[in-house]
Design a binder for this molecule. Structure first.
Ligand SMILES: [Zn+2]
Ligand SMILES: [Zn+2]
Length: 391
């Protein structure tokens, strides 16, 4: 690893910010204390700070020299609705909420980079530090864009980073094209006539219909989509019935579907619609189908070639060429940074969080961001800025 001493010297500060954010996790659009900590740190550095986009978003602007070139670096601030099961000193103090995706670490690394760039950075141009709310299923990036993010802060290119527990410490992974899948949700309500459990012939059994629908939905990927195109349909919730001896009048199914192509995304949506209607029809039920009730659906995260080359160059400078995987398998997970990549050329990179250190997978109640990688991430950001905005 090749981390400059000025970044290494920020390690303790970054660990303190990270653990403070971890201890007081805040979920979508409620990241007020997190935003305050970030804004205060940026202000202490003399960075121009803007607050309020998408309620809790923070944008720092750092200008140097006379160049018109600009770059945006983005971190996410939100936690998840998960009860933490760790018992270390910085475990969550907020019941039912935790930083199980490492966004605490993402904020700390970007703050570390801001400190380095203000104090030691050799660059000419403008750096926008974007701290966004609500990455997890609420599309905070989309809301910031809707509220004028890139009109107010017209960055030429955007870059994002996420920790990845599967990769070892000291490693990065990035590729041109699709890195992460699209993400959409569906909600299906099957409605019939409630009846006594002993007299099913006097009503409609919506639970049997729901069981058929769950298995039918699995045929979309296996029978309707080209096997060469990755896709997932998962039913994640079934709600219906209250007691042993009555058949309910309705049942609710919820789930998600993922893909890497718009055409496949459309096919999945049409398949869900068609099967829900036809299963409902075959059981003499009515059906309500709703797509993306809580967010606009996330597009595919697609890295552009030039910016990916820049990311590889910066990661290589920090980690060494042997530790930068330029051909990783894309993830069926999703990322609302995809909305920013629809607006600007840019690149989203994975930084290894080191599963060998005992850290669990993302969204696990025993997960913790690995503090060892804080200097690596900050050094990557700093190198990227110095490469992209040369003096
Ligand atoms: Zn997550
Ligand atoms: Zn995340």
């Amino acid at each position: 690893m090749y981390i400059v001493p000025e970044v290494l010297a920020l390690h303790a500060d970054m660990r303190n910010w990270r653990r403070q954010i971890h201890q007081y996790p805040e979920t979508a659009f409620e990241e007020t204390a997190t935003a305050r900590l970030i804004a205060e740190q940026l202000q202490c550095l003399g960075i121009e700070v803007h607050q309020g986009l998408a309620k809790t978003g923070v944008v720092g602007v750092l200008r140097r020299g006379g160049s018109a070139h600009s770059i945006a670096l983005r971190a996410d601030m939100d936690a998840l609705y998960i009860q933490e099961q760790n018992d270390f000193a910085h475990a969550s103090c907020h019941h039912g909420k935790m930083h199980a995706c490492g966004h605490d670490g993402h904020c700390a690394m970007l703050l570390g980079a801001a400190h380095y760039l203000v104090q030691h950075g050799r660059f000419d141009g403008t750096v926008y530090f974007i701290f966004q709310p609500a990455e997890e299923a609420r599309a905070g990036a989309h809301q910031m864009i809707q509220e004028g993010l890139f009109e107010q802060f017209p960055a030429q290119r955007v870059f994002g980073m996420h920790n990845f527990p599967d990769f070892p410490v000291g490693h990065f992974a990035v590729k041109t094209g699709a890195m992460m899948a699209s993400f959409d949700c569906f909600e299906i309500t099957l409605i019939g006539q409630a009846t006594h459990a002993a007299m099913p012939h006097l009503g409609n059994d919506v639970l049997v219909a729901a069981s058929h629908l769950v298995t039918q939905l699995q045929t979309i990927v296996s029978r309707r989509i080209n096997p060469a195109d990755p896709a997932v349909v998962s039913v994640t919730q079934i709600h219906g019935g209250n007691t042993w001896n009555a058949l309910p009048g309705s049942v609710l199914l919820r789930g998600t579907y993922r893909s890497f192509k718009d055409s496949v995304r459309t096919q999945l949506e049409q398949g869900i619609q068609h099967l829900a209607q036809s299963v409902a029809g075959s059981f003499n039920l009515t059906v309500d189908i709703c797509f993306n009730p809580e967010n606009p659906g996330y597009p595919v995260t697609i890295n552009t070639p030039d910016e990916t080359a820049s990311a590889v160059m910066a990661a290589t400078a920090v980690a060494g060429a042997d530790c930068v995987d330029t051909c990783p398998t894309p993830s069926m997970g999703a990322e609302d940074f995809a909305f920013m990549l629809q607006q600007k050329p840019g690149c989203y990179i994975w930084i290894g969080n080191g599963s060998s250190d005992g850290n669990c997978l993302l969204h696990n109640p025993n997960y913790d961001f690995n503090d060892k990688i804080l200097p690596l991430g900050a050094a990557y950001w700093a190198k990227l800025v110095e490469n992209e905005l040369p003096c």
